[in-house]
Design a protein around this ligand. Structure first.
Ligand code: V07
Length: 255
């Protein structure tokens, strides 16, 4: 079944027809704060974990869409360092989601040439979570399609302090001179050292905060916010974000 892309057919669009996405101006790296799952469930008289489960289905759809339109890196904020403060039953449920997701979706990720990666403090995750994610990273490590990067037990301030400590210890060991410290050296000490920086940040549910997500890496990214709760987010919302991204960049192009 051929995928119908909303790409502009050609430059000579009738003026009344809305312009589609420009195929050659898709953001290379899209980062998403997938917010609103708990409120989505509460509005339906359901437990919060129902929102997380519904949200996991949206991840599958958005990964397919991002992979199909040629996004190079998709970073998804799946679990923050602050999320450990949630009720135990919710944390336990969330720590099983990677296992559930990969048990059904890893074959399709492999088929789609997707490479699974993570950023965050991985070693403190439960053993079952680590096992499933490690298997996915191993089985997809040579894929060169979409990089699907999950922020798992991720906190940007922790990441930046860890980078400072790494550099400080190199100075202490005489491996680095203070005058050599620059933005490039700092970036290389971050979890994202091998990734291009995000061009577009999307946050759902109406919140307009970074919530300790990619504070360094988002310095030059476009931010796009929507009131839509993550479980209700779909390809049309993603397309609107990409369309707005392209139009913002188009204006800059004129400067
Ligand atoms: C903790 C958590 C929460 C989680 N949510 C579902 C999406 C809404 C936001 C939070 C809840 N999702 N969704 C997919 C994953 C995942 C992570 C790693 C991996 F290798 C494969 C899948 C996931 N992980």
């Amino acid at each position: 079944m051929p995928i119908k892309f909303p790409f502009k057919k050609d430059k000579k669009q009738p003026s009344t027809e809305p312009l589609g996405l420009e195929e050659n101006h898709i953001p290379k790296h899209v980062a998403i704060i997938m917010d609103g799952n708990g409120r989505w469930a509460k509005n339906r008289g359901m437990p919060r974990i129902a929102g997380h489960k519904e949200g996991m289905g949206v991840v599958k759809r958005i990964v397919r869409y991002a992979s199909d339109i040629g996004v190079k890196v998709l970073t998804l904020y799946a679990f923050s360092t602050e999320n450990w403060k949630r009720p135990k039953n919710e944390v336990d449920f969330l720590m099983k989601l990677p296992v559930d997701f990969l048990s059904t979706y890893l074959p399709e990720l492999i088929e789609r040439n997707v490479q699974v990666r993570t950023i965050g403090d991985f070693d403190v995750l439960p053993a079952h979570t680590q096992k499933a994610v490690k298997e996915a990273m191993e089985k997809t490590k040579d894929n060169d399609g979409l990089i699907l990067n999950f922020a798992l037990n991720y906190g940007s301030r922790y990441e930046m302090v860890h980078a400072v400590k790494q550099i400080a210890s190199k100075v202490q060991d005489g491996e680095v001179d203070i005058s050599d410290i620059d933005e490039s050296m700092f970036s290389k000490e971050l979890y994202t050292s091998e990734l291009i920086e995000p061009d577009l940040l999307i946050r759902t549910s109406g919140e307009q905060r970074l919530s300790n997500f990619l504070l360094w890496q988002l310095a030059y990214a476009e931010f796009w916010f929507t009131e839509v709760y993550w479980p209700d987010f779909d390809e049309s919302h993603f397309e609107k974000a990409l369309y707005d991204f392209q139009n913002r960049k188009r204006r800059f192009g004129g400067v």
